[in-house]
Design a protein around this ligand. Sequence first.
Ligand code: ADP
Ligand code: ZN
Length: 522
Amino acid sequence: METAVEVLNRVWGYAGFRGQQAEIIDHVIGGGDALVLMPTGGGKSLCYQIPALVRPGVAVVVSPLIALMQDQVDALRTLGVRAGFLNSTQDPDERRLMEYAFRNGELDLLYVAPERVSVRATQELFDSAKIALFAIDEAHCVSQWGHDFRPDYLQLSMLHERWPDVPRIALTATATVATRTEIAQRLNLGDARHFTASFDRPNIQYRIVPKNSPQKQLLGLLQAEHAGESGIVYCLSRASVEKTAEFLVQQGIRAMPYHAGLDSGMRARNQSRFLREDGIVMVATIAFGMGIDKPDVRFVAHLDLPKSVEGYYQETGRAGRDGLPSTAWLAYGLQDVVQQRRLIDTSEGDLAHRRNMSAHLDAMLALCETVECRRAQILGYFGEQTDEKCGNCDTCLQPPEAWDGTVAAQKLLSTVLRLQRERGQKFGAGQSIDILMGKTTDKVTQFRHDQLSVFGVGADLREPEWRGVVRQLLAQGLLSVEGDYGTLVLTDRSASVLRGESKVMMRREVTRPGAAKTSKPK
Ligand code: ADP
Ligand code: ZN
């Protein structure tokens, strides 16, 4: 029998295994269950493809990425691997041919969509041939708290009950410690060995900047550091995807839009141009990217705040799969916090669901406002503690000053308190800042806010600094927003700041626009 490394050399032409691949592959070939956590680009596919070739029978790969099955199968066939797939895009004839090949032992790997597994006909098909292993790709889709939850994944625990002797390998690039436990539990993988690779992507430089004029900031980044290079720009809404793509095209950049509102032909065209051509900037909602394997994506830029650190990590992880220096850049502002809080407040889920979304947002905000190494914070979030500073993120390259913002916080919070107590009014951040700075705008005059005792007491800070104060208070849970207009309201924890019982440390706004890069003068 050919060994795993012989198969790697002969079929893929690769010299050796990377990281934990060899260990994982040996374990699965030996019939053990495995739960594999490896960052995007880490080489998860080989962990089931090689056992598929070494073990007798057909490997069944459950994958939610229906749109990519054809590509995956084509790539394997080019290498001479006998692969096929079963999903809803096929007509009955194609499906019958595939089933025939399966029954006759003419396949090494069969990719199936998760919804097919619970269908009786599929299970009977599985009974009709020897199964080498089950691979469950994107295993985090079984987590009900995750952003990629697929109800069909819950059925997959049945694989173990029905085929107890077939080894299973579950793989994912994204999982906190809690998600890991949930995957093991829901997929009935209690005896599986866990393989956890480091989530560090040392070649990605993490940078998070205050959002002032996002399109201009983005353009500055592209022109100064990534001219002519491939990258992805993520926006929250379809409308901002369109606007941003248009703006970039006007500026002479080869940008293309991608979102679920475009017709499927256009989506497919844009995606394949992005994959095949050099130097295309894909402006997209998060509908774009899952399973995209383009090695030379040089930057991922976010113009809106991701909903969670998991999402941020997964999206930024699409940069630099070839290991070369790449940038993960995020512009983040007060409006993002207001908008995301509103999304949570108006979401359909129950209270537990909203709390969960809220906790995810808080972790993301903490990452944005940290004065510590961003990478250390991200890795810590995934359970990898490190005290080292990475030297390749904005806070390491240009350490932000922390300042004692207690007095500023008290001024801002007492403005909110006074508006509410003395006037029975609630306003957004803009009005509170105008009051503090002593601006006699029409709205200030109309509401006689110039007569409040706090009027003008904040003239020592400039407007961007006040916006930073509001943002950081929101991030620290010392202030909250509600309603469609993002009106500011106090929280349970505001009182202790107002009473002077707790100190509030803040991150000083870096006023220099754009980059933390010290090496490239501009
Ligand atoms: P993942 O699924 O973890 O995101 P892939 O399985 O797509 O990662 O692998 C990422 C890239 O690395 C692919 O182009 C793959 O061919 C390559 N690769 C994986 N393992 C090896 C190896 N041992 N030697 C060389 N290249 C590898
Ligand atoms: Zn760092």
